[in-house]
Design a protein around this ligand. Sequence first.
Ligand code: G4P
Length: 530
Amino acid sequence: MGNYAEEINKRRTFAIISHPDAGKTTLTEKFLLYGGAINLAGSVKGKATARHAVSDWMEIEKERGISVTSSVLQFEYDGFCINILDTPGHQDFSEDTYRTLMAADSAVMVIDASKGVEAQTRKLFKVCVMRHIPIFTFINKMDRDANDTFELLDEIEKELGIATCPINWPIGSGKGFKGVYERASRSVITYADTEKGTREGHATRIPIGEDAMLTEQIGEEYKVQLLDEIELLDGASAEYDLEQIQAGELTPVFFGSALTNFGVEIFLRHFLKMTTTPLPRKADSGLIDPVEHDFSAFVFKIQANMNKAHRDRVAFMRICSGRFDSGAEVKHVQSGKVMRLSQPQQILADERKILSEAYAGDIIGVFDPGIFAIGDTICMPKEQFIYEGIPTFAPEHFARVRQVDTMKRKQFVKGITQIAQEGAIQIFQEFNTGMEEIIVGVVGVLQFDVLKYRLENEYNVEIRLENLPYEHIRWIENKEIDLDKLTGTSDMKKIKDLKGNPLLLFVNQWSVGMTQERNEGLVLAEFGRN
Ligand code: G4P
């Protein structure tokens, strides 16, 4: 064990998830207000910054003013060293968005109080649940008219299947937003509109027993309503249980307004108390403890051509244990190669900062000479173990790829295979034919454009994409099943991945269910295991 336990134990690494426009960027920016930002990797996407997109590693990003890639930022607050993994927040999000969650120890879910649970939150949430990581809910935009609080909680419980435990409770909303009641301290923290934009938008804290003062601050009507609601809440809501929270079975819920900076610091303080230090990670040799074990990491994202002038690839890895020392030799387990990680860096807004050290919980990007693949393990040369792989997430959009100039077959196959290896897209073949028919699957439709653009610009190959109607893909878990005998629905399509694993495509969820019903013993999976 090294003497760096303290460094590791002060780290908190979380992903922030939401449906576009719920306020993820605004909340992240407010977090940074409280801490001294020490490293900004990639960019915090924002409408304001989008115009001069910071991580414009691809023209597409610039043209559309959006950031295709996930980013990481690090800041210190109250003795903690916090790593936030931002997940691209557009409808065009990609598999990288999901993979980012594989590198986090907990997730903060931002919900718009007037919209409730939205599509993208639901998808990302599924991945968190699969990992059993703690999920914290921040219900945002309380300064706008919000849905009924009990209904919002009900929706989270029903839609996402997780119990909720409000840590604070809103008093009014929109023009009538008065503040929140903090359950643990049994006091009301008032919202003062005039203070918005300052570091702390909330000032007065009134114990619930101070009747006269409460009436003065929030008004008789809100006070009566609040007291009623507290009674209801105390009787009906799940009890605070840290163990359940850390197992991802109970989500603590907070209310606030990121824009006006209300409830953000309250959230941060509670969150840091409840979330975990870097978690041990599963390897084939057992659980690897972040503190007890020497340096190890796994690759969760590969990004090509971040710098046009250099045509390079960067592998992003999550440090799972120990201390990373840029001078030391490490082993890339999958290739057996011992090496120094080249140009370890944190990708800054528009420059890269070379790091000399980092600790379990941190994310680093290293120059990839073309040997790393998603899910790979890096450890000390004397060691040998492999971290549990990152699942392949189900694409939701499919297209047949047609090459315009069939003479360039070789470049085309090389290009599309390399892009698939980076994990930006998934490629499949017709079940009974070879590479002549390629079907590409993506999580977000923007990836189709990325594919087209990259094939043209990097491999000089022009393609045409013909959209297919499928939206659901299932991996077949029991390999012994005879696919020729499978009774599917008329819309079902059999395909295989590059390794020859069979998969099924469906147009709708109903067909998935029907096929499952018609074939006893068939085990269909929503995630592919590598
Ligand atoms: P996202 O990253 O989740 O996509 O959301 P983002 O923070 O970009 O916020 C989306 C919009 O919602 C922005 O407004 C932002 O100012 C607003 N917003 C965020 N938090 C709050 C809040 O607590 N209250 C209110 N009322 N609005 C909030 P926009 O007009 O789309 O962009 P901008 O021009 O203001 O940046």
